[in-house]
Design a protein around this ligand. Sequence first.
Ligand code: G3P
Length: 221
Amino acid sequence: MKLFLDTADIEEIRTVARWGVLDGVTTNPTLYAKVGGSYESILTEICHITSGPVSAEVVAEDVEGMLKEGRAFAKLAPNIVVKVPMSETGLEAISRFADEGIKTNCTLIFSANQGLLAAKAGASLLSPFVGRLDDINQDGMDVIRELVSIVELHGIETEVLAASIRGPRDVTDAALAGAHVATLPFKVIQQMVRHPLTDKGIVQFQKDWAAARAAASGASA
Ligand code: G3P
């Protein structure tokens, strides 16, 4: 399973890239608003850090506007994927982008049917929002499971990307559900690294090592 970082923060992206586990990045207007500056410059910089897919989201609500914004993003780097919200106009834009050879990530998916439509329109990534469904007392992971089954059953050429991930358990569940990708906030990927027994074990090894070295140097003195 591929792991993307769900952020527009360059330092977070650099850090995870250094760990050797970064397969791509997703951004959206909210994540961009947290860092500010020029969206285009941020996207270009991200595309220098990773050669994996980098999602850039359109905000226009009409097809021509989406196409104009998406084409401009696609010119920034070869690994840009245009993120298009699920809607009637969004589907039309996804289909037009597919005709032009521009890859898309259909975002704000909350049902398997929405995902199926986006896949048929030609989206290369389908982004169901797990956490936002959980927030309204629905099982977000069910949409991942259903969409993965549909994609595999019918051999549809697309990837299911688990988005709106809120904690490390969501990542395990998305992996078990067969999600092709999960996009994670930096905090969640940090939480995945840590385990209290790992921390305890490291402290104990350091202590035992220091004691053994002290004893060895005492014995040789
Ligand atoms: O990339 C979009 C998605 O991951 C947003 O997550 O936490 O705002 O629901 P969240």
